[in-house]
Design a protein around this ligand. Structure first.
Ligand SMILES: [Zn+2]
Ligand SMILES: [Zn+2]
Length: 323
């Protein structure tokens, strides 16, 4: 404003000086606003890395396609014995591994357990092919830090339901967090050599299991125990991100769209009580009412009975949501 004000001098020289001053002032303003725009753009770019589209991740996409084809092919090799093996492996990888291990223990530290138990649960989690445990934890901690903020939450349905379910796996930041993001969201896990090692070679335990199943039980064991189980469970897990943020009841008035969805809870051993979870993220028990079946919680109770779990964090149905 002051740069554009005339000095009120009526002389020609004064007029020229004023015109020059105005031009200079405008140039400076222009430069300032360009610099401001640039820094705003930089800031926004940094903040949108959480769910920015980076183009198709071909590696992931090819493996996802192979697993889906394998899951259909598995139906043609069906054997009851192989189905029982697949169900046991499903419980080990999805409940002990992802629900209790990756989620309630590593991400939210809802209970304490000896290191060896933590490592075994994490190892079981990798059998679900949901990526390296540290990447999983970082993605999920970002989800809680920016729940349902479009562009910031890695997988909010507000960015599209397909995106929330699977799109973010194929072209989002899953498995592709940079060092700074890893350091900010999982400094605890980066200090642990076992977790760092398993984060890099997360596919190895599943590859070894697949080979063992093929040798012990033939093709039906491999196809049902790996391809069918992994593919169905991936969709069940993704339902927590998509369906449990769209359909279901809201017991707590959280700032996000999270919902308690009974059928997602059944498919994920209790992870579908997602509104309860967003209201009390560090609580180790998600099914708060007696009728909210939560097998992952039963697993933690079992560990407690065996004296392998302690310092268990809990919340009640009448507790107000954590800030
Ligand atoms: Zn959520
Ligand atoms: Zn969580």
């Amino acid at each position: 404003m002051t740069l554009l004000q005339s000095s009120g001098n009526g002389s020609e020289n004064g007029g020229k000086r004023n015109a020059r001053a105005v031009k200079k002032g405008l140039r400076r303003l222009n430069l300032q606003s360009r610099m401001q725009n640039k820094s705003l753009k930089n800031r926004m770019q940094k903040e949108t890395t959480a769910s920015e589209r980076r183009g198709i991740s071909w590696n992931t996409t090819v493996f996802m396609a192979l697993f889906h084809i394998g899951a259909v092919a598995a139906l043609f090799t069906f054997k009851w014995q192989a189905l029982v093996v697949a169900i046991v492996l499903w419980w080990m990888s999805a409940s002990l591994g992802v629900g209790m291990g990756f989620h309630r223990l590593l991400t939210h530290r809802g209970f304490k357990t000896p290191k060896i138990v933590e490592y075994i649960l994490t190892l079981f989690g990798t059998l679900s092919l949901e990526g390296g445990p540290i990447y999983w934890v970082v993605t999920h901690r970002i989800h809680h830090a920016h729940s349902d903020s479009p562009g910031l939450d890695p997988h909010t349905p507000r960015d599209g339901r397909w995106w929330a379910h699977m799109g973010w796996i194929l072209s989002g930041t899953a498995q592709r967090h940079d060092k700074a993001t890893l350091g900010r969201y999982a400094p605890d896990l980066l200090k642990d050599k076992f977790h760092v090692w398993l984060n890099r070679l997360y596919w190895l335990p599943l590859a070894v299991l697949g080979l063992a199943l093929l040798l012990l039980g033939g093709w039906p064991y491999l196809m049902l125990g790996v391809f069918l189980r992994v593919t169905l469970n991936l969709h069940a897990t993704w339902m927590v991100n998509s369906a449990s943020h769209v359909w279901g009841k809201r017991r707590f008035a959280t700032r996000d769209d999270s919902r308690n969805n009974w059928w997602v809870a059944l498919l994920t051993f209790g992870e579908g009580w997602h509104n309860n979870h967003h209201a009390h993220p560090s609580a180790a028990r998600h099914g708060l009412a007696w009728y909210e079946m939560d097998l992952n919680w039963w697993g933690i109770r079992l560990l407690q009975t065996l004296r392998l779990a302690k310092a268990i964090k809990l919340a009640g149905v009448t507790d107000s949501p954590a800030p």
